[in-house]
Design a protein. Structure first.
Length: 76
């Protein structure tokens, strides 16, 4: 499997891109990313490539979102 590395111009660009990818998976599998991740983390879903990537995207999304929120709190 070939690794793909995305690069973003800003944290906001990363957040938007990740949100779009999460939305595609949510529509495809008819569940929210939060519900998916909860079930996936509990071993209730298979370890398909789609689910591994979705899990990685969701964790990355949460990290970027947290970092943006933290920076915004420091500015205010």
């Amino acid at each position: 499997m070939k690794k793909h590395r995305d690069e973003y111009d800003s944290p906001l660009d990363a957040l938007i891109t990740l949100a779009k990818r999460l939305s595609l998976n949510e529509n495809r599998y008819h569940m929210s990313s939060e519900d998916f991740f909860d079930r996936y983390s509990k071993g209730q879903l298979e370890d398909s490539i789609d689910f591994i990537e979705w899990s990685n995207d969701y964790q990355h999304y949460l990290t970027v979102k947290f970092d943006i929120e933290r920076h915004l709190q420091n500015v205010a």
